[in-house]
Design a protein around this ligand. Sequence first.
Ligand SMILES: [Mn+2]
Length: 351
Amino acid sequence: MVSKNQKNNKSQKNNEEKKALEPKIVRFKSNRERVKTLLSQFKKDDRVLILIWADPDSMASALAMKRLIRQRVSEVTIAHVNEIRRVNNLAMVKLLKIPLVKWRQVKVSEYTKKILIDSQPSHNAEFQKLDFDVVIDHHPLTNGWNAPFIDIRPEYGATSSMMTEYLRTLKIKPSVVLATALIYGIKTDTNNFEKECTLQDVLCFQYLFKRMNRHLLHKIEASDIRRSELKYFRKAFEEVKIRKQRLFSHVGKVPNPDILVVIADFFNHVHEIGWVFISGEYRERLIVIIRCDGYRKDAGKLAQRVFGNLGFAGGHREKARAEVPLEKLNQNANQFTTRSLIRILEKHFRR
Ligand SMILES: [Mn+2]
């Protein structure tokens, strides 16, 4: 019998051993060699577990991995460690029928091989407990782990692009569902190619574009509001106050700050409105979403100036966000109103 203490000692020792590990990176001469080495990790009777932190890129990449190996092994299961909350991601799972199981429901001992995709073992406490056979990712290389097969390419905008290359190398034509998933993965992780990415990401996008279904993609991208969240739109409309081409609305308590972003983006469509400020309360914090046209305006700088010393504030020229603990504003949650929002911001526009 192993006592709890012994067990703790053992896991502590394991953790220390893992910390000292450094992933051994093999440089492949070609895509062909890389794919061959990947496939050589698997045997016909292997039961394979693919583990992900579910987001569009990881889900698409896991689907592609399943497609690559499903006929070469006896079983492939995709498990996710996080709760999927974003409505777009829920829509992706539902519309593309992505076969996912929750990590809690997985018996790891039933699997002979484990794959980690779009993450590295050091990224998450659950991942850290496991020894992976394959790790494929596009984040910067981290220490504290190793695996028989490693493919880390930080210059890539998305793991979906890397997986598209694997498919192409094996001349596997992706199905409509898989192509649509991979396109959405690339679009999300590169922020529609606004973030840093490589020519490879663009080429993969072009290759997948002919094979995807744009109606499916559009429905996934457009689904960003829950039915239960429509009432916050009504509140936002009731609260709208416009001062000199600046639109303000305090929505009050929200179950998820994402809805404030959707509302702010909506009001940013209004002609002749230069600035949009939408605020709400989430977990004892005031969340302020800022939108403007970015022309001779800088939302990020304004957020910094107004909220920088109170909490988190930042963003780009046309989009910004601030999160401030309500106590720092000397306000009770129910005392904060659209007028308070106007008062905080207007003095920064006066010269
Ligand atoms: Mn990714």
